[in-house]
Design a protein around this ligand. Structure first.
Ligand code: GLN
Ligand code: ZN
Length: 755
């Protein structure tokens, strides 16, 4: 019986790693304290997987920040600006690359494929001197071994590593990153040698880029890399793991022909065509790691259905070569259902988090080996049946309303230039208007108030009073800073998706269902289990209150439907793109003076991994967004905000969203957005490319911001440019936000006098 887990969440069931990291960063605990928490987490994870009967248990899937950054450290590819002088990379250099330090900003981060996990993008060029400088993979292998667990060390594969990198500053854009293969492989060989010496008998290379559209040259790099590694790998069993989609036919051919490889891992949940490929020709004698248990969602596996698939696969690859696995690393799902105290039993019976998925994988493997746990399977079958027939899942009114949507529900009647004129008459904003993206720092005190209200420890009256005070403070602060378009600061919101989900029906919430987003940052995606409806208004109360506190224009904050879906655990009993929350933005008379920002932070990240599927997704996303606001008056200005985006390839869809003002995260990827700006000029809408990075504690100077705005003005017309930070300020401290915003406003004012 053979079971395998691709990777496991690092944060711990109660985010132990997050708290240990943040306390270390704040100087409140020592490096030793942090290492101790990390080691305890690793050992409990290994033990748990071993106890469940897992045969192939991963190691080195733990990380203090990110597995791609770990690989950069392993290769010694530290950008020179961090002043590292060789030797084993320690926390100082490692966390400086991840988070920046007082004098140097962080490395860029970007989304890991179509997940909400972010990795630190390697910066490479011909000058980089690679050297084995971070022995984590070997150390973790030995650590597990000392605990009596023989693990499969996992490395980011060399080709995916290079394909996920970018040319360093000053390196020609046309520089072929793959040309560095010959330079990084010797380090991989060293690592492999050490692992062998330490006693490893298996190794896993994650090569998820194989699921993307790769050209012949890129595919050739895989052949080259693994041929070159072949002799070092001899004596080791090698798994090449792919995930997040099926592997295109040509890539499948390249992959399965790789030398020195023992087995291949495939995502059989999202890889809808992989089964056909495997049936069409799987190399004889090789292992198939069949990823049937979904690593990206929280639903219990349909074990009977999986078993049917597994039996079919047995017929293709042979009984002794079939290994039951997860579709991808469990990093992208919640940690342990055991800690969910607030979900009802029925709903809970429909779910499986990482810890439960490990058990499912092993239950399937045991069943395949002829030791089916009948009780476990029949409980699972009963839960599957109850979910299919539950009245909590289907809401007829919602389905009718969706069917009744008309063409005119999809587009505003007037074009954007005419709307902007009408809005400017009302708003009378200066050129280079300043604003922020919505949230203000969430202080410990504020979090406490929300927590106590939720736990019914303080009355509604006290809660409203406290939040009102907070809004008032934020409004006054913005007035003092002389910001033009104000926000209420979102103090009532724990999270931009959860807050809305809590007010909608068809959503469920976990207490500890955290998933790592980047570094110590985690998100707690709501679970959408049924047809979604909105029983009562969601933001009107706080918005009206905020507007009443100031004569300046107030921007109401809403999270858009695409983002809500992309940042939730969605249903797997209907297509992956259900028609989203159909509720339209209704602007009440008392809110008529306001502007609205509908955040579509996650629009880009939902983009399918294959070009052939993009058009369908984008069309769906654009229409979903437009339906929310097409009914508002011309004079109501609709902003949208998007995060971390490389927009070049989807600019037409962004324009098609038809928002009046688009604010985008830009500060870490300036040049990439130039073409977007140009398109923006043609389109006529306002554009606010973030003028400073809020993800770093660094405070930008007025000159630096002015310089950045000037660069934008070289491309953009003055009258469409907005000045704003690149995202919400929720995770920053007031000590950082106050001076940063002060400098931002000063920069805008300075430039106004020069234009
Ligand atoms: N309005 C949200 C905030 O400021 C936007 C956050 C985001 O785009 N991630 O927090
Ligand atoms: Zn953002």
């Amino acid at each position: 019986m053979a079971s395998h887990i691709v990777g496991y969440p690092r944060m711990g069931p109660k985010r132990e790693l997050k708290f240990a990291l943040e306390s270390f960063w704040d100087g409140k605990s020592s490096a030793e304290d942090l290492k101790k928490v990390a080691a305890d987490l690793r050992s409990s994870i290994w033990k748990q997987m071993a106890d469940a009967g897992t045969k192939y248990i991963p190691s080195n899937t733990f990380s203090y920040y990110d597995q791609v950054l770990d690989t950069t450290a392993m290769l010694g590819a530290v950008p020179p600006r961090y002043g590292w002088n060789g030797g084993e990379i320690g926390f100082d250099t490692y966390f400086s690359m991840a988070r920046g330090n007082a004098s140097v900003p962080a490395m860029e981060m970007t989304k890991w494929f179509d997940t909400n996990y972010h990795f630190i993008v390697p910066e490479l060029g011909p000058e980089v001197k690679f050297a084995y400088s971070y022995h984590k993979a070997v150390n973790e292998y030995k650590e597990a071994k000392a605990l009596g667990v023989d693990t499969v060390p996992v490395l980011v594969g060399p080709v995916s590593y290079l394909l996920l990198s970018k040319p360093a500053k000053g390196v020609e854009k046309s520089f072929s990153l793959l040309s560095l293969l010959g330079k990084i492989l010797p380090i991989y060989k060293e690592v492999v040698c050490e692992l062998k010496a330490a006693g490893a008998s298996w190794i896993q290379f994650d090569e998820p880029t194989l699921v993307k559209d790769l050209d012949a040259h890129q595919l050739q790099a895989f052949t080259q890399a693994y041929s070159e590694l072949e002799s070092s790998l001899s004596g080791l069993n090698v798994i090449i793991e792919t995930y997040f989609a099926d592997v295109p036919a040509e890539a499948f051919e390249t992959l399965t022909a790789l030398k020195g490889v023992t087995g291949f891992g495939f995502d059989l949940v999202r890889g809808t065509k992989t089964l056909d490929l495997i049936r069409g020709g799987f190399p004889s004698g090789k292992y198939l790691f069949a990823g049937l248990v979904d690593g990206r969602n929280i639903w219990a596996n349909d074990l009977d259905a999986s078993l049917i698939t597994l039996h079919a696969l047995e017929g293709v690859v042979g009984k002794d070569k079939l290994v039951v696995s997860t579709s991808c690393s469990l990093l992208h799902t919640a940690v342990d259902l055991v800690n969910e105290t607030k979900l009802d039993n029925e709903l809970k019976s429909w779910l499986a988090f990482a810890a439960q998925k490990v058990v499912e994988v092993n239950a399937l493997a045991k069943a395949l080996a002829g030791h089916k746990d009948e009780a476990f399977f029949s409980t699972n079958a009963a839960a599957q049946a109850s979910r299919k027939s539950s009245p909590r899942v289907t809401n007829e009114a919602v389905q009718k309303a969706a069917a009744a949507l008309k063409g005119s529900d999809h587009r505003r009647a007037t074009n954007v230039s005419a709307r902007l004129d009408a809005q400017q008459k009302k708003l009378n904003l200066p050129i280079l208007p300043t604003t922020t993206i919505g949230s203000f720092p969430q202080t410990i005190e504020l979090r406490r108030v929300r927590r106590e209200y939720k736990a019914k420890k303080i009355s509604e009256g006290d809660y409203v009073k406290a939040i009102k005070e907070e809004i008032n403070k934020v409004v006054k602060l913005q007035e003092e800073l002389d910001i033009d378009v104000l926000v209420h600061g979102e103090p009532e919101r724990n999270d931009m998706v959860e807050y809305f989900g809590e007010q909608l029906s068809g959503f469920a919430f976990t207490v500890n269902g955290w998933v790592q987003s980047y570094g110590s940052r985690c998100v707690k995606p709501p679970i959408i289990y049924g047809d979604v409806s909105r029983p009562k208004p969601m933001t009107v109360f706080w918005s009206t209150m905020a507007q009443s506190m100031t004569a300046r224009p107030m921007k109401g904050m809403l999270t858009g439907p695409v983002t809500i879906l992309n940042w939730s655990f969605v249903r797997n009993d209907q297509p992956r793109l259900p028609w989203p929350l159909r509720t339209k933005l209704r602007i009440l008379k008392k809110l008529a003076s306001m502007l609205f920002q509908i955040d579509e932070a996650a629009l880009r990240e939902g983009l399918p991994l294959r070009k052939s599927e993009e058009a369908f997704y984008l069309d769906w996303a654009v229409h979903s967004f437009r339906i929310t606001n097409c009914g508002v008056e011309d004079t109501t200005q609709i902003h949208t905000h998007m995060c971390y985006s490389n927009f070049n390839d989807i600019i037409h869809s962004i324009i098609d969203m038809d928002a009046d003002v688009i604010t985008i995260e830009n500060s870490r990827s300036d040049e990439k957005l130039l073409s977007v700006f140009r398109e923006g000029v043609k389109y006529g809408a306002g554009i606010g490319p973030g003028v400073y990075d809020i993800h770093s504690p660094r405070i930008p100077s007025t000159e630096e911001i002015a310089d950045r705005i000037n660069k934008m003005l070289a491309v953009l017309e003055t009258n469409i440019l907005w000045v704003n930070p690149d995202c919400g300020l929720k995770t920053r401290k007031y000590a950082e936000v106050n001076p940063a915003l002060k400098n931002m406003v000063a920069a805008a004012k300075l430039l106004r006098t020069q234009l």
